[in-house]
Design a protein around this ligand. Structure first.
Ligand code: LR7
Ligand code: MN
Length: 556
């Protein structure tokens, strides 16, 4: 009996110890920097006009589900590629600022290693969804310019580790003329990875087009060069595109901290939006849509995508005209693509069961050969001029510095729009983004009145005075004038003087904010021509000109 009692005691102690060990294992933090309490965070950067400032409410889930690696794949994942040597060759030197080169903490990124586990941030219901077993494979396209070795390798490895191998046809890297050409050569040794190097700096838009045109799979997947994909990220996106090839789909983009590289869950209630200056922002899903969502795994319609991480059918990408390859370096292409997809017969969605982490930065770590602001203006102007029809006036009011800046020829893109028979921007406003408010009409357009008569256009270039008709929105187009300094415009035509002498006629011509004959400014109730000092008037001048008394043609 003593022996039996001893055995029971030993078993009991072993069981207690076992239980403690199990619990301890389960509570152990999964990464050194894993978040433990709810947090709120701002993603994005401050500074020039093209940044993305994003108030993303973060949801930190209590249960720490981490994603297992596909163990059998480990080890042979990288083939003959020597990861250690690759990473060791470029290390931060003691005393170097770890943020200087990449605008994130390089020291933390290097320290993490290339295979860290991350928390599965999806809604728990996502894990039980099923996808077709015969999903088509995809070509992953990643462009990079001077990306840190550790972040780029982690992007590639996370794709190889967390995607069903049969879905990855290839990973195409486009080295956008980084200073070190070796990165591209070395990474090509990884199985499935191909790397193409640009002979000069092209920017991410032309680089992606280059990548897409060599892709061999029927589906394209674009990623930034500092991402980590999460559990089952790919299947939901390929499934949606397989069901309807006109869908363009994005994951929820989680936040990888630029300071400590913690992987943080982003809110699942956000979609992409923008303001009239074409500044991207994350915004709450409209309340009616939120109420109607009974299933948290359902796709979220989005007016625009952030731009870097999405899946699209390759034939659809080509059919819709790829990208506007006259856009340079960075920015604006996400609006152009988003407007085009919606207006030309497709749709954009965010899939909550797909999650991809991205390192959001506060500044660009690379240079813009033409300057950051001018490049953003050029790219967004192209998007506005080709796609926004009469609504582009709001873009110019919100971003006055864009007027008169060069943006190249858009003839090809206008032809494309006509050929694809795309809907007008008004349709997009009414059906896709009715939440985007149009600035008050009165603030933008007004009449030019003299003694009870209004200035109006007749045909394209004749001007005359006539009885004022209608008010507000019912006022005829011919009597509506927009005063966007220094221009007085009606659609694309502006008031210009024909000579710099008193009594010379005023006419309409194509707007050009740089043309001295078109520059006006308000002076009291009158409008004064900036260069000559003459006033807009329907009477022949009698004596020496004094604006305040002699000019009676005024805007109201
Ligand atoms: O000249 C360049 N050549 C490049 O190849 C400049 C950049 N790049 C690469 C770069 O290495 C990176 O992989 O292009 C990618 C995007 O550049 P980032 O990471 O510096 O910019 P970002 O994260 O702010 O970019 C967001 O907006 C861009 C607008 O042009 C692109 O659409 C990016 O793809 C987009 N990123 C995302 O949508 C990820 C989520 C961020 C948000 C919101
Ligand atoms: Mn990025």
């Amino acid at each position: 009996r003593r022996i039996r009692a001893n055995a029971i005691a030993i078993l009991t102690v072993a069981w207690i110890l076992g239980t403690f060990y199990y619990l301890w294992q389960d509570n152990k933090p999964q990464t050194s920097s894993s978040p433990s309490s709810s947090a709120s965070q701002t993603r994005g950067r401050g500074g020039h006009g093209g940044q993305k400032v994003v108030p993303g409410r973060l949801e930190i889930h209590r249960d720490d589900r981490t994603i297992p690696l596909i163990v059998s794949e480990r080890g042979c994942l990288l083939g003959g590629f020597d990861e250690k040597a690759y990473l060791a060759a470029k290390q931060l030197k003691p005393g170097d600022d770890p943020y200087r080169e990449h605008a994130f903490n390089l020291q933390e990124s290097d320290r993490l290693g290339s295979e860290r586990a991350i928390r599965d941030t999806r809604h728990y219901r996502c894990a039980s969804l099923n996808y077709d077993t015969d999903l088509p494979s995809t070509s992953i396209i990643i462009t990079f310019h001077n990306e840190a070795r550790s972040t780029l390798l982690r992007t590639i490895k996370s794709v190889l580790m967390r995607s069903p191998p049969s879905l990855i046809q290839e990973i195409i890297l486009i080295d956008d003329f980084s200073s070190d050409s070796e990165d591209c050569q070395l990474l090509s040794q990884i199985p499935k990875v191909r790397c193409l190097r640009n002979g000069r700096r092209e920017g991410l838009i032309r680089s992606r087009v280059r990548g897409a045109s060599t892709a061999s799979a029927s589906i394209l997947t674009f990623l930034d060069s500092h991402c980590e994909v999460n559990a089952d990220w790919l299947q939901p996106m390929i499934q949606r595109v397989k069901e309807d090839h006109t869908r363009v789909v994005s994951p929820i983009i989680d936040v990888i901290s630029l300071d400590n590289f913690a992987y943080l869950a982003a809110s699942a209630d956000l979609r992409g939006g923008f303001d009239w200056s074409l500044h991207f922002k994350w915004e709450q899903i409209p309340i009616e849509q939120k109420m109607a969502r009974s299933d948290p795994t359902q796709a979220i319609r989005t007016p625009v995508i952030a731009g870097g991480i999405f899946v699209m059918d390759k034939s659809w990408f080509n059919h819709l005209g790829q990208y506007d390859t006259h856009m340079d370096i960075w920015g604006g292409e996400n609006f152009e693509l988003s407007f085009r997809v919606w207006m030309c017969g497709g749709s954009l969605e965010i899939l909550p069961c797909s999650r991809v982490g991205h390192v959001f930065r506060k500044r660009h770590p690379y240079d813009f050969p033409e300057g950051n602001a001018l490049t953003y203006i050029k790219n967004t102007r192209r998007a506005a001029e080709v796609w926004m029809d009469e609504y582009k006036q709001y873009y110019y009011s919100a971003r006055p510095s864009a007027q008169g800046k060069a943006f190249g020829s858009i003839a090809d893109r206008l032809t494309l729009r006509r050929k694809l028979n795309c809907k007008p921007f008004r349709w997009y406003m009414e059906n896709v983004y009715p939440e985007l408010r149009v600035p008050e009409q009165e603030a933008v357009s007004s009449v030019l009145r003299q003694g009870g008569l209004c200035l109006e256009t007749r045909g394209t270039d004749t001007l005359g005075l006539a009885e004022c008709r209608g008010i507000g929105a019912i006022r005829p187009q011919s009597q509506r004038w927009e005063l966007i300094e220094p221009l007085i415009r009606q659609q694309d035509f502006c008031l210009a003087i024909s000579a710099f002498t008193a009594g010379s006629k005023v006419k309409m011509e194509s707007c050009n904010a740089k043309e001295p004959r078109q520059k006006w400014k308000p002076k009291g109730p009158a409008l004064q021509h900036m260069v000559s000092g003459l006033c807009l008037d329907s009477q022949t001048p009698m004596g020496p000109l004094d604006c305040l008394s002699a000019c009676i043609l005024q805007s109201v």
